[in-house]
Design a protein around this ligand. Structure first.
Ligand code: KIV
Ligand code: ZN
Length: 504
């Protein structure tokens, strides 16, 4: 059977989702989970883009042992040098060089002729190959590139040393018939003494990213790129979990194998959802909460008689935990650590001590602590550790007739406690006004969402906010989970504000 390699770009293209900015610690956490999930190649970032990106790629390159680690670079020497610096300690480094080849990109964005583009590919792929054994080249906007020129660009990259050719459907314009045909034609027409890996990279603007990736595989691609939960630029990338399950469930049709550990799928999805602040829609294929729920009587009856009547994927196959052992107030350290291990966490002693303290505080208020509660608690803890400003206290004075008042205190990066009090027409507005004062910021709250994290009347509240900086038009997201709605709202806003502060 053919082996399909999985290339994850959650930390690069996925991070291009508006409002998503992972810090290095979060990136490492995601990378280690991706390694467990069985990813073959991780695109850890775009090293020249910022010092933060560089640091994250370098740290991941140092920590990851099984996956190939790659970083993105434009066709520019300084990008390639920076990628080399970041990746040189990786066990298996790879560089990903790209240059646009469609007429519209060359004419308006690059202002380069076809000849100049070919010369640049030759020069920079060759340079990249002098530093890296594994060079991947992407002709950006390949699916809208004139076919003859696409073949020329790809052949130029191969002649200069690239052994991996990625074909991006950059704007999500293609369809499975067309996109598959591009692979078939390139594979039939390129010349190379070395084995060339063809890779797909699709965006979901027309909702065809997964179908296009599968069409590429049917037509000879041996590598598929995408992001967890399909996050990414605009409508996002191919959702890798969908491709993984399609290949597994329809092995009879695709006749392919992968290294993906299917029962780590749900956990990987939840981690990315928590750290990115982008929730998984309930009806999302493979990882949505409703993907395994059967509502109609006829369906329920069928599933009770034989699950195969309406269930092509079983929840256990993707690691949907049944909460077989929820924790409670009386659970001790041992049970708590065993649960963390079952959920796939490997915490340092210090982190697990802090997590246990937080767990005990929550267990005082909530009868049963479910897996979701724990995942949220750990995500909260890891975010807070890296925040410059930490929420210390929130007090609200409520009046059913008029303005509300809030007093908020935070601990700043110098470990000083700062307090501000403000009013607002609602309690949350009063809290947010006080936080704005503490951060000395003028920003716009563009989204506020609240939902219960689990069922039950003692469920924790999960609040998601997006704030927008009118000057730069940049957005920042934050999630707060707490037993109390006002506290969860304050946590979410402090998180988003920390992200704004570190970027501005
Ligand atoms: O969508 C795209 O074209 C990309 C390239 C940089 C590969 O993300
Ligand atoms: Zn992309």
């Amino acid at each position: 059977m053919r082996k399909i390699q999985f290339f994850d770009t959650t930390l690069r293209d996925g991070e291009q989702t508006p409002g998503v900015n992972f810090n290095t610690k979060e990136k490492v956490q995601i990378a280690l989970q991706l390694e467990k999930w069985g990813i073959d190649v991780i695109e850890a970032g775009f090293p020249i883009a910022s010092p933060g990106d560089f640091e994250a790629v370098q740290t991941i390159a140092q920590q990851v042992k099984k996956m190939t680690v790659t970083g993105l670079a434009r066709c520019q020497k300084k990008d390639i040098d920076r990628a080399y610096e970041a990746l040189k300690e990786a066990v298996d480094p790879q560089i990903h060089v790209f240059l646009a080849t469609s007429d519209v990109h060359m004419q308006y964005k690059l202002k380069m002729t076809r000849e100049e583009v070919l010369a640049s590919i030759k020069e920079h792929v060759r340079y990249a190959h002098s530093l890296f054994e594994k060079v991947q080249f992407s002709p950006e906007d390949a699916s809208r590139t004139e076919k003859g020129f696409l073949l020329e660009a790809v052949q130029t990259a191969i002649d200069a040393g690239a052994t991996i050719i990625n074909i991006p459907d950059t704007v999500g314009y293609s369809n499975p018939t067309e996109y598959g045909a591009i692979f078939k034609s390139l594979i039939e027409n390129i010349h190379s003494e070395k084995e060339i890996t063809f890779s797909s990279h699709c965006h979901d603007d027309l909702g065809m990213a997964t179908a296009n990736a599968l069409a590429a595989i049917e037509n000879g691609a041996n590598r598929v790129e995408g992001a967890i939960n399909g996050i990414g630029e605009r409508a996002g990338n191919t959702a890798l979990e969908e491709v993984a399950l399609a290949l597994a469930i329809r092995k009879d049709f695709y006749q392919c194998e992968t290294n993906i550990v299917l029962n780590e799928t749900k956990r990987t999805s939840e981690l990315v959802a928590h750290l990115s602040g982008i929730p998984v829609p309930k009806n999302k294929a493979v990882v949505g909460d409703n993907a395994y729920a059967h509502e109609s009587g006829i369906h329920q009856d069928g599933v009770l008689k034989n699950p195969e009547t309406y269930e092509i994927i079983t929840p256990t196959m993707v690691g949907v935990t049944q909460n077989s052992l929820p924790l409670g107030k009386l659970s001790g350290r041992h049970a708590f650590n065993a649960k963390l291990e079952e959920l796939g966490y490997q915490l340092t002693d210090l982190d697990s001590k802090e997590a246990f303290k937080r767990f005990k505080r929550l267990a005082d208020k909530k009868k049963q602590i479910t897996d979701k509660d724990l995942i949220a608690l750990l995500a909260d803890q890891s975010r807070e550790e890296t925040e410059a400003f930490k929420l210390a206290d929130v007090q609200v004075q409520y009046s059913s007739n008029g303005y509300q008042g809030a007093i908020v205190s935070i601990i700043n990066e110098k470990n000083e406690t700062k307090v501000a009090s403000r009013i607002g027409s609602g309690s949350i507005q009063a809290i947010y006004n006080a936080i704005d004062e503490l951060f000395q910021q003028t920003i716009e709250l563009t989204e506020y969402e609240i939902q219960a994290l689990t069922g039950g009347e003692d469920a924790q509240a999960e609040v998601r906010v997006t704030i927008r900086d009118e000057k730069t038009k940049q957005e920042f997201r934050g999630i707060g989970v707490d037993f109390d709605v006002l506290q969860a709202s304050a946590k979410a806003y402090v998180k988003a504000s920390n992200r704004f502060k570190t970027t501005s």
